[in-house]
Design a protein around this ligand. Structure first.
Ligand SMILES: Nc1ncnc2c1ncn2[C@@H]1O[C@H](COP(=O)(O)OP(=O)(O)O)[C@@H](O)[C@H]1O
Ligand SMILES: [Mg+2]
Length: 238
C-alpha cells in the first residue's frame, strides 16, 4: 500500500530522520513508537505527504510518488492528530466535509456520516457545535470524519494522548472494534506502548530519527533488544 526507501529529512542543518525504510501492507496497522522528539510525527508527515523528504523514495500503491503529490493520491488518505482540528460547525457537517469535497451524493453523505457517528458512539451529538464537545467526544468525531471517507491509508498521530485514562481506554476499545471490521490500513503514532500493543500488528521503535527495532509488539517486549531499546521499553514493563 505504502513504501518508503532510505528516507532522510533535514531541517535547519539538523538530521531529523535518517535512512528510514518503511512499508505498509493492505489491512495492517503499523505502530510508530518512541520517546518525545524521536521523529515519529516527522515520519508520519512524510508518509502522509505533508512534508517532502530531503532524500529517499516514496511509493503509494506500487507507484512512485512525485514531489508534487497528485490530488488523486492525497484524497485516498485521512489523518487524525492529537488535537482534533474540527471546524466550528455542527458535528454532522464536520464529518460530512470530506465527502462533500469528493462529490459524494447528499443521500450517501447522510448515510455514511450517521453510520460513522454511530460506530464511534457520538450520533447523539450530530447537531451539536464542535466547539462545545469534550476532548474525548471531539476525538471520536475526528475519527468518524477520517473513516467516513473510507481512506486507503489512515494516519493517526497520538490520537489519544490528550485524553484522560478512562476516556482513552474506552476509545481504544472502540477503535479496535472498527479496525477489526474495516481492516483499514493504518499508521498509528504513539509514545505509549499500550496503544501499540492493543492496536498494531507490527511496531517500529524510533530513537533519534532512526529505526531502532521492528517486530510484532509482544515480540519486541519479549525478545532481547539493544541497550537503548531495552531502556525505552523498560518504561512499559515495570
Ligand atoms: N519543521 C521542523 N523544523 C525543524 N525541526 C523540526 C521540525 N519538525 C520537527 N523538528 C524536530 O525534529 C525532532 C523530531 O520531532 P517530532 O517528529 O515531532 O518527534 P515526535 O513526534 O517523535 O515527538 C524534534 O527535535 C523536533 O524539534
Ligand atoms: Mg509527535
Amino acid at each position: 500500500m505504502l513504501e518508503a526507501q532510505e528516507i532522510t529529512w533535514k531541517q535547519d542543518h539538523k538530521t531529523i530522520l535518517q535512512s528510514i525504510n518503511f512499508h505498509l501492507l493492505p489491512g495492517e496497522c503499523v505502530g510508530l513508537i518512541g520517546p518525545n522528539g524521536s521523529g515519529k510525527s516527522s515520519l508520519l508527515k512524510i508518509l502522509a505527504f505533508l512534508e517532502t523528504p530531503t532524500s529517499g523514495l516514496l511509493f503509494f500503491q506500487g507507484q512512485s510518488v512525485p514531489k508534487n503529490v497528485p490530488l488523486a493520491i492525497r484524497r485516498k488518505i485521512a489523518i487524525v492528530f492529537q488535537e482534533s482540528l474540527l471546524l466550528n460547525t455542527r458535528v454532522f457537517d464536520n464529518v460530512a466535509v470530506g465527502l462533500k469535497i469528493r462529490g459524494v451524493s447528499k443521500e450517501t453523505i447522510k448515510q455514511r456520516v450517521d453510520y460513522w457517528l454511530e460506530q464511534f458512539g457520538v450520533i447523539h451529538l450530530s447537531k451539536q457545535l464542535a466547539r462545545s464537545l469534550s476532548g474525548g467526544e471531539a476525538q471520536r468525531v475526528s475519527l468518524a470524519r477520517a473513516f467516513a471517507i473510507e481512506p486507503d491509508v489512515l494516519f493517526l498521530d497520538e490520537p489519544f494522548s490528550a485524553l484522560d485514562a478512562p476516556t482513552k481506554e474506552a476509545l481504544r476499545v472502540d477503535l479496535a472494534k472498527v479496525f477489526k471490521t474495516t481492516q483499514t490500513t493504518t499508521v498509528l503514532v504513539s509514545h505509549d506502548f499500550k496503544d501499540i500493543a492493543h492496536l498494531a500488528n507490527r511496531a517500529m521503535i524510533l530513537l533519534n530519527g532512526q529505526v531502532a527495532a521492528e517486530g510484532a509488539p509482544t515480540e519486541l517486549l519479549q525478545n532481547p533488544q539493544q541497550g537503548d531499546v531495552t531502556r525505552f521499553l523498560a518504561h512499559f514493563t515495570s
